[in-house]
Design a protein around this ligand. Structure first.
Ligand SMILES: Nc1ncnc2c1ncn2[C@@H]1O[C@H](COP(=O)(O)OP(=O)(O)OP(=O)(O)O)[C@@H](O)[C@H]1O
Ligand SMILES: [Mg+2]
Length: 367
């Protein structure tokens, strides 16, 4: 097993900086996901680790060996990096059987026939495809093709696995199932994995750590729970779902513990406590983030405690989503989105209060 280290890695295309100053360490056996909107530089970053793209700045190491250093002119070609790769268009070869597809990387490496047979059958059983070894590739479902692509990436026991949106061709249900299966395989084999997706829920479900990128730069790195709950800025906050982002001015600030402070804030027609990572001077403005699942609807005029925030408003829209109901409330501060129980007693036009606990209101610097 190996680690992957990127130090100040950048890639320019002419004048355009597709990736800038990326510092990242993927530990042995760790599953790290690059997450961000289209065009933010995820694929370019992955391709630089793969050796399919040369970094124009910084240094990349795999297994403590420098494989690319822009300043020193070092560049180890892709085929010598011992990487397994699965790309978005996972193109398995249609003219080959499942067995031959998976055997291909071993044949290229001129392994003996007996070893090929053994490794292929072992890998196929890992992805639960051993029964389909003789199937021609076109006679497979999308999910089965996906497994063949993963088996082909695993068969030569790569040091590191690189995957670029490998599940994007699948429908939602299969994507979930394959994602979970893949994560189980990755854990079992303890493979160091760098994964790319623009799907937040996929990133959260699969990863040990998530790297949120935007416009070529890393915005935040952390465990999924941490990034979701404690985004460092508005870009990261907005990228995970549809949070409510409310502008407010800070009136007071007190430290709670090493990671959080309590702020007293005042917005347009509301005031109350929220939390933030760092001290903020009174008079400064912040953006307070409230996730739709953390807000509760109460009757109009409800009182709140010292540890709660309250907005008054009117229900403008309700959308039934099965497990829950999305409710849009018009407040003096704009629209507020809430995920409420599916079968609550709400109607459009009702006057209500929106109540949020202090620890569910997270303030980030205004941008
Ligand atoms: N060969 C190239 N020449 C010029 N610009 C490029 C080249 N490859 C990528 N870019 C640009 O670099 C930026 C990052 O591209 P990249 O493919 O890394 O994005 P991405 O995060 O993978 O996006 P997506 O989610 O859409 O796949 C984009 O603006 C893209 O147009
Ligand atoms: Mg991409």
């Amino acid at each position: 097993m190996s680690n992957v280290v990127l130090e100040k890695v950048g890639r320019n295309f002419g004048e355009f900086a597709a990736v800038s100053e990326v510092d990242l360490r993927v530990n042995e056996g760790e599953f790290v996901t690059l997450l961000g909107p289209s065009g933010c530089g995820k694929t370019t970053t992955l391709r630089m680790v793969a050796g399919l793209e040369q970094n124009t700045a910084g240094r990349i190491s795999i297994d403590n060996e420098v494989v690319s250093d822009a300043a020193r002119g070092i560049f180890v070609p892709s085929e010598r990096r011992r990487l397994g790769m699965v790309f978005q268009s996972y193109a398995i070869w249609p003219h080959m059987t499942v067995f031959e597809n998976v055997a291909y990387p071993l044949r290229v490496r001129r392994r003996p026939a007996a070893e090929i047979r053994e490794l292929v059958s072992k890998t196929l059983s890992l992805v639960e495809m051993e029964g389909l070894a003789d199937r021609p590739a076109p006679a497979l479902s999308g999910g089965q093709q996906q497994r063949v692509a993963i088996a082909r990436a695993l068969v030569f026991e790569p040091k590191v696995l690189l995957l670029d949106e490998p599940l994007s061709n699948l429908d939602a249900k299969l994507r979930l199932q394959m994602g979970d299966e893949f994560r189980a395989i990755q854990r079992r084999l303890g493979m160091t994995t760098l994964y790319v997706t623009h799907d937040q829920s996929e990133a959260m479900a699969l990863s040990d750590r998530v790297v949120v990128m935007d416009r070529g730069r890393i915005q935040q790195v952390g465990a999924p729970e941490e990034i979701y709950r404690y985004p460092t800025n508005r870009t990261v906050a907005a990228f995970f779902g549809t949070p409510n982002l409310l502008d407010a001015e800070v009136e007071a600030c007190a430290r709670i513990d090493a990671r959080r402070v309590r702020l007293e804030v005042v917005g347009q027609g509301w005031r109350g406590p929220c939390e933030a990572a760092d001290e903020v001077q009174p008079g400064q403005t912040v953006t307070v983030m409230v996730r739709p699942e953390d807000a509760r609807i109460a009757s109009a005029g409800s009182g709140v405690s010292e540890q709660e925030l309250k907005w008054s408003g009117r229900i403008a829209q309700t959308i039934f989503r099965g497990p829950n109901r999305s409710i849009v409330i018009e407040t003096g501060n704009g629209l507020f989105n809430i995920d409420a129980p599916a079968f609550g007693n709400y109607s459009v036009g009702d006057n209500v209060s929106v109540i949020v606990a202090q620890q569910a209101a997270w303030a980030v610097p205004s941008q």
